[in-house]
Design a binder for this molecule. Structure first.
Ligand code: ATP
Length: 193
């Protein structure tokens, strides 16, 4: 998968709509302290389905919405659009939008989607909100200090198999529900005999 464009509106310090082209190869973001470099990386994580406000340096999910300054009123919503080419070269556009009091909504190529669908699209392409390809401040030290189990999770994410764990959990849940239904059916049948 190759990321091509990032559009932000009302996301953290990006109050005005902003659009960035992401060129092939390694991308670095440079700028003075507090100009919003980390916010950009967080926007990429957020649109890929990040569900932990803490990992976006916030207390609650709505903290990603522009909170206003001395001269500008706060916004009611934040939206991030990530355009990419998937591994087959097809266009992929993922939109995440959050409105105050209404939570997050996602769209994949114009269709409503769930957080889980979005996370799976990226996990299958060996990327995602926790991808080791997104290197933020302190991340290198975190990789060095990680416990073996955490390091394994990073490797699985990089290998594109993280999505399989989610699918296995889903399949196990379905299996348990089916087993419970079967047991109930057997009870009913023995009651009829
Ligand atoms: P540094 O180099 O110091 O790490 P940085 O360039 O990574 O900084 P960020 O941490 O991305 O900068 O941006 C911080 C700025 O974003 C701060 O000025 C902060 O006030 C602003 N900011 C964060 N969340 C919001 C929000 N919800 N509404 C408005 N501004 C916000």
């Amino acid at each position: 998968m190759r990321f091509r464009r990032l559009k932000l509106s009302g996301f953290k310090s990006f109050v005005e709509p902003a659009e960035l082209r992401i060129e092939p190869g390694l991308t670095g973001v440079v700028g003075p302290n507090g100009c919003g470099k980390s916010n950009l990386l967080e926007a990429i994580r957020w649109v890929m389905g990040e569900s932990s406000p803490k990992s976006l340096r916030g207390g609650g999910m709505e903290d990603v919405i522009f909170a206003g300054t001395a001269t500008r009123p706060p916004r009611d919503f934040a939206e991030v659009i990530l355009s990419a080419h998937d591994s087959a070269g097809e266009e992929l556009e993922v939109v995440r939008r959050i409105e105050r009091g209404a939570g997050s909504a996602y769209r994949i190529n114009g269709r409503d989607a769930r957080q889980k669908d979005v996370a799976l699209v990226f996990a299958d392409a060996a990327t995602g909100a926790h991808s080791p390809a997104l290197v933020s401040q302190g991340r290198i030290a975190a990789v060095i200090n990680a416990r073996p189990a955490e390091r394994r999770a990073m490797l699985e994410e990089a290998a594109g198999i993280a999505g399989l764990h989610v699918r296995r959990r889903d399949a196990e849940q379905k299996l348990r529900a089916t087993e419970a239904n079967l047991a109930r059916l057997e009870d009913l049948m023995s009651g009829l005999e």
